[in-house]
Design a binder for this molecule. Structure first.
Ligand code: ADP
Length: 464
């Protein structure tokens, strides 16, 4: 029974009592007893009806208060769950304005819950991600998104006064009873740490891949080295063999000059083989790293002159070598061993790849920061397609088929230049000539004084 039924019932009783009252006024006294009895009956009936109505109402009240109690418990549970989820949890309206936030959200954004409420969620995203964020919102609003069925997506967020974080976002729809979208629920998980670990793992994987590739490259290098070196050794060995045989049989008949020609041929072949072996040794990774970088004070002018003297001896005056030296400072810090590797290789190439009788120019200049070495020849030149590969091990240009070589010298030069923190460039034109330019900075990390070093130098070192 509800309140309307009760009112109807009371109205009925009133009507019936009213009828009895008017009857009592019209009837005689002897009939009053009957009337009173009838009134009592009516009143009893009415009381019974009211009693039932009262019980019904009480029952309804109890149900209502039970339902209210259940609602309070339910709300409390929701609040507890909302609070206890380890991830940040937000409720926004359809525009993305935050309406509710849990403690994890407050920690994630580094703002108290009360300050979070009322803010636009997109205010915490990066400018470049705003458009994506907007599009996602539109997409979410327009599509009928089922509960938590939206795809997780990653977004960069800027917590208040903290470094940016990467967050995995999941959104669900909040609907009213009519099924209309009235808000959005957001679950945000900070995945910065797992991303960092993932990046580290990827880095480790990449390092491993590189190490394996290097290993493969090295073993390939070794096998190529073996084939090429054995092939390259044949020519100087044949020259040594034939000159030695000729000297053995004919030296007593030959003039001293002719004997010397063959002796020089033997010496030159031995030097060539030594150079080949040096290249092979230096190129092996271990030897190169053993070389290291050991700068010490060096008289650059004396060093270059000594190098040129050796070079001219080796060349046997087949080329004209000029030397220009422009420098204010006489003393600077260099790694003499690396410098020798660089210049010897460049010089032996310019002699090898330019015709007998041609000129080779050697320019050395120093600036405030370092030295510039230029070696210019007027030889066969390097085809433009080969230029970008000449510093790779074993790469030989297409125009060198008749000229012996391993294709290792320039890769050694490059490594030595890198170790010295310098740079190397090349300019070349076919049948015009080639110029290599090396810039080497002065090294500063020298602990010994020049005087201390000089005391420990051998005669050859002093020539440097
Ligand atoms: P190699 O001289 O033993 O072949 P390098 O590594 O010293 O090996 O040189 C690589 C290649 O670069 C040479 O094969 C040659 O094609 C080219 N090259 C280097 N220097 C010169 C130069 N001065 N003139 C012409 N070509 C050169």
């Amino acid at each position: 029974m509800n309140l309307d039924d009760l009112a109807l019932q009371i109205q009925n009783i009133r009507k019936r009592v009213g009828i009895l009252q008017s009857k009592s006024e019209q009837q005689k006294v002897e009939q009053n007893i009957e009337l009173v009895t009838a009134v009592f009956e009516e009143v009893y009936l009415a009381l019974e009806g009211l009693q039932i109505a009262n019980e019904n109402l009480q029952q309804q009240n109890k149900e209502l208060s039970d339902a209210q109690q259940a609602l309070v418990v339910e709300h409390q549970r929701y609040q507890e769950l909302f609070e206890e989820v380890p991830d940040a949890y937000l409720v926004t309206d359809t525009q993305g304005i935050i309406q509710e936030a849990n403690s994890a959200a407050s920690t994630l954004f580094n703002i108290s819950k009360s300050l979070l409420v009322g803010k636009l969620l997109e205010n915490f995203t990066f400018e470049k991600e705003l458009i994506t964020f907007h599009l996602k919102l539109i997409h979410l609003r327009e599509r009928q998104i089922p509960e938590w069925k939206t795809q997780e997506w990653e977004v960069y967020l800027r917590p208040h006064e903290k470094t940016p974080i990467i967050v995995a976002v999941k959104v669900a729809a909040v609907r009213n009873q009519q099924g209309e979208l009235v808000g959005l629920r957001w679950l945000l998980r900070d995945i910065s740490e797992s991303k960092r670990i993932q990046a580290k793992l990827e880095w480790a994987e990449e390092a491993m891949r590189q190490a394996l590739a290097k290993e493969r490259q090295l073993s390939e290098l070794k096998s190529r080295l073996l084939t090429t070196t054995s092939h390259e050794f044949r020519t100087p060995l044949a020259a040594i063999h034939s000159s030695a045989e000729l000297l053995e049989y004919y030296r007593h008949r030959w003039t001293e000059e002719r004997q010397n020609t063959h002796l020089r041929r033997i010496q030159k072949s031995v030097m060539h083989m030594t150079q080949l072996l040096d290249d092979v040794l230096v190129l092996s990774q271990d030897e190169m790293s053993k070389l290291g970088f050991n700068p010490r004070p060096l008289n650059l002018a004396e060093f270059c002159q000594y190098l040129l003297k050796q070079l001219k001896q080796y060349d046997g005056s087949q080329h004209t070598i000029t030397f220009s030296y422009e420098s204010q400072s006489t003393q600077a810090n260099f790694d003499a061993q690396l410098l020798r590797q660089i210049l010897n290789n460049l010089f032996s190439n310019s002699l090898k790849y330019s015709p007998i009788g041609s000129q080779i120019n050697f320019f050395v200049t120093t600036t405030n920061d370092g030295a510039i070495f230029e070696i210019q020849d007027f030889g066969i030149g390097i085809p433009s397609a080969d230029i970008k590969h000449i510093f790779e091990p074993f790469h030989r240009a297409t125009n060198t088929s008749n000229i012996p070589g391993l294709g290792l010298g320039l890769s050694i030069v490059k490594k030595a230049v890198d170790l010295h923190g310098g740079e190397i460039t090349v300019k070349s034109a076919i049948n015009v000539g080639t110029t290599f330019r090396v810039i080497v900075p002065f090294a500063s990390n020298v602990h010994n004084t020049y005087a201390e070093v000089r005391e420990n130098l051998t005669t050859e070192d002093v020539q440097e």
